[in-house]
Design a protein around this ligand. Structure first.
Ligand code: FE2
Ligand code: FE2
Length: 289
């Protein structure tokens, strides 16, 4: 692990520490992908999640500081804007030309901005905020998808998700994103055949599946899930163009397609829609909208 979470990083505010852990996890995932299979696609997916999650975390933190009457709010907000722009610039460079971004420099840049900001500026608001239970409760209730898609589905902690992907770095990243919004019931599977046998024993509402895998590709996997007549919704992920994939799997009853590099917001909105359709069809008692 590149940066280990320690007590030294704790602010004492539960949701802030949880958010910081997600950001540190994402930083570690930049480290994990270096010189590994699909390095660039994983890096792009992690950068997108970092941009989104940084903005979301800053929004919650600023709300807490505001409600606590923290005097340093304005300068802290200015620092947030600058940090957010810096990570966005790296992501824009990646989007313009993925090969122009060196993961090792991204890793050191993120390490310094994240750790320095937490231990410097975030620690400065602790006295003003840590005992303000109401301020952290209200700020902590701001959800990642609030007001920006995902409307209608909110019961993330009841949702059962299976992820079938042979790339461990994608499994780690997607798991981080799912946990960050409160999805606790996640089955991580590296082999499609294992996914099928696990589904028979422990159902999932939404199955995220990589298209290109050894032994069995995603469309074959989706066809078998169909044959099992489960209510599960299959979402197919691919590094190829979605048009090509749609063409080749038009009869597979696939709910949605996602292109890699994965965009965290698209992923969650897609899961949200798939979850709503599971509820509509099955009226499953465990998923209440
Ligand atoms: Fe923070
Ligand atoms: Fe901050």
């Amino acid at each position: 692990m590149f940066v280990e979470w320690t007590k030294n990083l704790e602010t004492g505010v539960t949701f802030v520490d949880a958010d910081h852990k997600v950001l540190i996890n994402l930083l570690n995932q930049v480290d994990d992908c270096i010189e590994q299979v699909e390095e660039s696609t994983v890096l792009g997916s992690v950068l997108d999640a970092l941009v989104e999650y940084t903005d979301y975390h800053f929004l919650r933190e600023e709300k807490m500081m505001e409600l606590s009457g923290y005097k340093g709010l304005d300068s802290h907000m200015a620092i947030h804007r600058a940090l957010s722009q810096q990570v966005r610039n790296v992501y824009t460079d990646y989007q313009d030309d993925p090969w122009s971004v060196d993961p090792e420099s991204v890793r050191s840049f993120l390490q310094s901005w994240l750790v320095d900001h937490i231990m410097g500026h975030d620690f400065a608001y602790r006295d003003a905020c840590v005992n303000n239970i109401e301020a952290s409760r209200v700020a902590g209730e701001v959800h990642f998808l609030n007001g920006r898609g995902g409307a209608g589905f909110s019961n993330w902690d009841q949702l059962r998700v299976m992820l079938v992907d042979d790339n461990p770095n994608f499994r780690k990243l997607i798991h981080t994103i799912l946990k960050a919004v409160g999805i606790r019931n996640v089955q991580l599977v590296d082999k499609p055949a294992d996914g099928l046998s696990r589904l028979a024993q422990r159902p999932a509402d939404v199955v995220l599946c990589d298209w290109v895998m050894d032994e069995m590709n995603g469309t074959e996997f989706a066809r078998k899930v169909n044959e099992m007549e489960l209510p599960s919704r299959v979402v197919m992920m691919t590094g190829y163009s979605i048009d090509v994939l749609q063409d080749r799997s038009s009869d597979m009853n696939i709910s949605a397609y996602l292109e890699k590099p994965i965009k965290a917001r698209d992923l969650l909105e897609t899961i949200s829609k798939a979850a709503l359709s599971v509820v509509a069809v099955t009226k499953l008692a465990h998923v209440v909208v």
